[in-house]
Design a protein around this ligand. Sequence first.
Ligand code: PLP
Length: 388
Amino acid sequence: MKEMVPYGRQDISESDIQAVVNVLRSDFLTQGPAVPAFEKAVADYCGAAYAVAVNSATSALHIACLAAGLGPRDWLWTSPNTFVASANCGLYCGAKIDFVDIDPRTYNLDTNILEQKLRDAEQKGRLPKIVVPVHFAGQSCDMMRIHNLAKRYGFSVVEDASHAIGGRYHEHIIGNCAFSDMTVFSFHPVKIITTGEGGVVLTNREDLYEKLIRLRSHGITRNPQVMQGESHGPWYYQQIDLGFNYRMNDMQAALGASQMGRLDDFVKRRHLIARRYNDGLKELPIVLPWQNPDTYSALHLYVIRLKTYKTSKTHRMVFEELRGAGIGVNLHYIPVHIHPYYRNLGFKYGDFPEAERYYQEAISIPIYFGLTDDSQNFVIDSIKRILQ
Ligand SMILES: *Cc1c(COP(=O)(O)O)cnc(C)c1O
């Protein structure tokens, strides 16, 4: 039987493997030098002052929310077209969640709707404490406008850039936090670079950095300046917050540092693949991904949208036929608010119609560094055969 072509996968080189082996032969498997070296590589690449590496982007979002002071009675707003973690981080802090419907071209949260919703929320006295823009598929949200709204309405901005390392917005490298308080990347194997599992929070603010470092490791500090009272001696530390064990280990960090050296090649290859899809699929009854000229996407995903009114097949039929042909298509995303857990919180179908309409038409097709031209041609030919 033929193997399934996945929608995404990691690419591990011999030097990536050697970097991990070197850690295994070294003195430290965790809390050694590889983690700060990886943090420096990510911060330097992005042009951010600080990076805090953790064991997942989910953990990164959680401590970012805590560092920004999110708590019960507060609101966090995000896009409904995202992985559940972008919203769950608010629930972990006891906050309430709301969503901002998506732009029909970028599938990112719609800044016109955001502005209108902020105006209404101000009247009702329910402004959000944090807004989490998600750079869907690797394409940046309209960060200048979000930044201006943040100043006007006084909320913090945490970018969920899980799809977007290696991408740019105008002349800015995503992760430089020029228009946000913090930015989060994911290093899950389907993302642009990987550490197996892992994530990072970037920030330019020293106060947030200090909090993030503590929250990652039990809320413990060894800095006498922030302790209460006198140090008891050289062994001494104090717990001053309720933190977690969200640490990244040195094997993960070494893999990540090695992958950082390959990041630009990864993103370039994704652009070549996207160009071949744009060309090969242009005559079909589908909407191809729209690229905002102000952005350079990291292209984590390549999403096609079926014009179901122009085909005799349903979205589900097309999806199942592609899977049947051995193509591991996927769907990003089931709108967060229609998951049972969120419906139990009071959300319902119809609340965010653009995200729901998108969900009925979207299919993520394979895009990853190691996708061969032959495999890609097979994907293109299969889609043509199924839709023509
Ligand atoms: C993958 C992803 C996450 C979660 O990342 P983990 O590292 O798996 O915890 C969060 N948000 C978005 C948008 C993602 O794609």
